[in-house]
Ligand binder design. Structure first.
Ligand SMILES: *Cc1c(COP(=O)(O)O)cnc(C)c1O
Length: 646
């Protein structure tokens, strides 16, 4: 891998900026992107005639078409300006959105002009290569061996999760298919159904090699579920944490595996998968003879940013293998926090030791001295990612790349053949100067992934971002640290703030305890209020006032998102926090839900303490005015009620 040394990278120079501070440069580069393409066109076979002449261009209908084009763009622009969400501003603290990297926006536009289709290399000779490179960048970041792994871009984390489950499903049925094939049977050591349904991923992939040598791989593959369909309930259970993204429900539905075969792993009071209960559930499934289709861990949950203990999951699989001879597929849903793996890698892509890491963060100004990140078990989770079979990660979240850019990385690229529709197409072995190398040639991504036609421009955007902002401590590390720093300061400030006073009513701002990543869940609590229902209503109304629902995103002075932490998803864990806020257990029993405001803090603009303090003062003022608005509304309602009773 490239030896990056980018200690001079300036975070502010990466983004257009909230005031378009980099306008001149950005415009220049945008013009460059478009002009270059126009030269490319005009330089192509200059001997060809001009099909459209100056005279043609003065025809009334020609002029009219251009006028209308302009008119429609005016309309579109005005629509976009009135109702779009200002991600670029630190005033937006909601979903995992922020300003996107200039390099990616420019690379996207530049490549888009050529309209490459990454379905097949034939229609994207340049950008298919960029996609494979960008995929390997991510594999390297996770600690996969780049000579054995592979990764590619998807439309998002949802499709990446589908694909993870797709390979897990197909791999599960290969040994079964082999046991039914007369020439494949003898390759299996243990032919009991229990053994066939619980093999380690690696062992099944080795069998694929054997089948290929015998020339019967494709025949056997037709006998897996991809040819014969999924037998009801046969493939066992998918274990996902309660905190899962709902794409897992869709995945089980779409892949014919059935949502009822999901076993939800309870979370602990830090909203991570409860590892003790996970162990118990896994052991009891083994005892019942129920196969485990796959276990999913989430690195950065969508609602609370919790990072599951990946190291414990990996250890559990090892234990199951040695104690019971039973293995299972492990997929990591790191759609949200996956890019943070860059924070642990040095300029040579080595995973930095914990103490050294904290030292470097502070010595090199990546974190200010008062911020200690990460917790040790979070560190261990990132370190253990390299042991997982596949990983979902979203460049369009913490990669700061425009939509639609998700990605999936797979530890062992042999797995692709289980879903591929063109044998050995992605990794064709070529003999070059007597040396056998694998060189992607005539790559047909469309035949080895879930999607078909797709924008090569996305690949260019991701690839270019990785070149400018390397996936290490000094590249993405710096950018992500800015948001983490702000998140930590924000939590501190909220919890230290005196109650806000409006018309003799007092409101506290409470943030949930330090999250694993930069998702801040917070709420307002009226001092003296004992009703959880009223508490939830207050925050729901505040959300409405601070979101696109208020109908005026552009003029709104603060925007956030929200969610409900319910007993259904999180058991009684939110109760702990309710107690801390002074709500009785009966109140929790009544509502079984805690409504919170939810802010993924990704802004790079508040990493300076002074900027942050100024922003926080401003924000408190905004909170006061929102609460005032809410009280005015309440007063109006009681006022009109009184009128009616009179
Ligand atoms: C966002 C997210 C997804 C879905 O990703 P999309 O890019 O929206 O399709 C899946 N899992 C987790 C944990 C996420 O945060």
């Amino acid at each position: 891998m490239t030896n990056f040394n980018n200690s001079k990278m300036n975070v502010d120079a990466l983004f257009l900026g909230p005031k378009s501070e980099n306008a001149v440069f950005f415009k220049e580069m945008m013009e460059y992107a478009v002009t270059e393409h126009m030269h490319w066109r005009s330089g192509y076979h200059p001997e060809d005639p001009e099909y459209v002449t100056t005279v043609d261009r003065y025809a009334p209908d020609y002029r009219d078409t251009l006028y209308r084009t302009e008119g429609i763009l005016n309309q579109l622009s005005s629509k976009l300006k009135t109702t779009s969400i200002p991600w670029f501003s630190p005033r937006y603290m909601g979903h995992m959105n922020a300003d996107t990297l200039m390099i990616s926006n420019l690379a996207y536009v530049m490549a888009m002009m050529y309209n490459p289709n990454n379905c097949a290399q034939e229609s994207s000779p340049t950008t298919t290569q960029l996609e494979l490179e960008a995929g390997l960048d991510l594999c390297a970041m996770f600690g996969y061996d780049v000579n054995r792994s592979w990764g590619h871009i998807t439309s998002g984390g949802t499709v990446a999760n589908y694909e993870g489950l797709w390979v897990a499903r197909n791999i599960k049925t290969l040994p079964l298919a082999m046991s039914k094939h007369p020439q494949a049977q003898h390759l299996l050591k243990d032919k009991t159904e229990r053994a066939l349904l619980n093999m380690p991923t690696n062992a099944v992939l080795d069998l694929i090699d054997e089948l290929k040598k015998k020339g019967i791989f494709e025949e056997v593959r037709d006998m897996t579920c991809r040819g014969e369909g999924v037998e009801q309930g046969k493939l066992g259970k998918l274990l996902v944490p309660q905190s899962k993204h709902y794409s897992w429900l869709k995945a089980m539905d779409i892949l014919g595996l059935g949502q009822q075969n999901i076993v939800q792993l309870p979370v602990d009071d830090s909203y991570r998968t409860d590892t003790a209960q996970m162990r118990q559930i896994v052991f009891s499934l083994i005892e019942q003879g129920e196969p485990i289709l796959a276990v999913v861990a989430v690195v950065g949950t969508t609602e609370t940013g919790a990072i599951d203990n990946v190291a414990e999951l990996i250890a559990l699989r090892k234990e199951c293998e040695s104690r019971f001879g039973i293995s299972f597929y492990i997929h990591i849903d790191a759609a949200y926090a996956g890019y943070a793996c860059a924070m642990f890698r040095d300029e040579n892509n080595q995973f930095i030791e914990y103490d050294m890491l904290i030292q470097r963060y502070h010595n090199e100004g990546i974190f200010p001295p008062d911020i200690i990140w990460p917790k040790r078990d979070v560190y261990q989770s990132f370190r253990a990612l390299q042991e997982a079979d596949s990983i979902t990660v979203d460049p369009h979240k913490v990669g700061f790349i425009p939509y639609a850019a998700g990605a999936i990385c797979m530890k062992d690229k042999r797995i692709v053949d289980l879903i591929s529709y063109h044998a050995a197409y992605v990794f064709e072995e070529v003999v070059e100067k007597g040396r056998k190398t694998e060189k992607p040639q005539n790559v047909l991504l469309g035949s080895s992934i879930m999607e078909g036609s797709k924008a090569g421009a996305t690949a260019a955007a991701v690839w270019a971002a990785h070149r400018l902002v390397p996936l290490n401590i000094l590249g993405y590390g710096k950018v992500i640290a800015a948001g983490l720093t702000t998140a930590n300061w924000l939590i501190e400030s909220m919890n230290a703030s005196a109650p806000l006073e409006i018309e003799e009513r007092k409101f506290e701002i409470v943030a949930m305890p330090a999250p694993d990543f930069h998702m801040v869940n917070f709420m307002f609590k009226e001092v003296g209020n004992r009703s959880l229902e009223k508490q939830n209503q207050l925050n729901k109304r505040l959300y409405e006032l601070c979101s696109y629902a208020a109908g005026r995103s552009y003029t709104n002075d603060f925007l956030t998102s929200s969610t409900s932490l319910t007993a259904e998803e999180y058991g009684d864990n939110p109760q702990n926090f309710c107690r801390l806020m002074g709500f009785s257990d009966q109140e929790w029993e009544k509502t079984h839900s805690l409504y919170v405001l939810r802010a993924a803090i990704m802004t790079h603009c508040l990493r300076d303490k002074q900027h942050f303090s100024d922003f926080w003062q401003e924000l408190k003022g905004i909170f006061v005015s929102k609460l005032q608005q809410l009280i005015d509304e309440e007063n109006k309602v009681t006022h009109s009620k009184q009128k009616i009773t009179l």
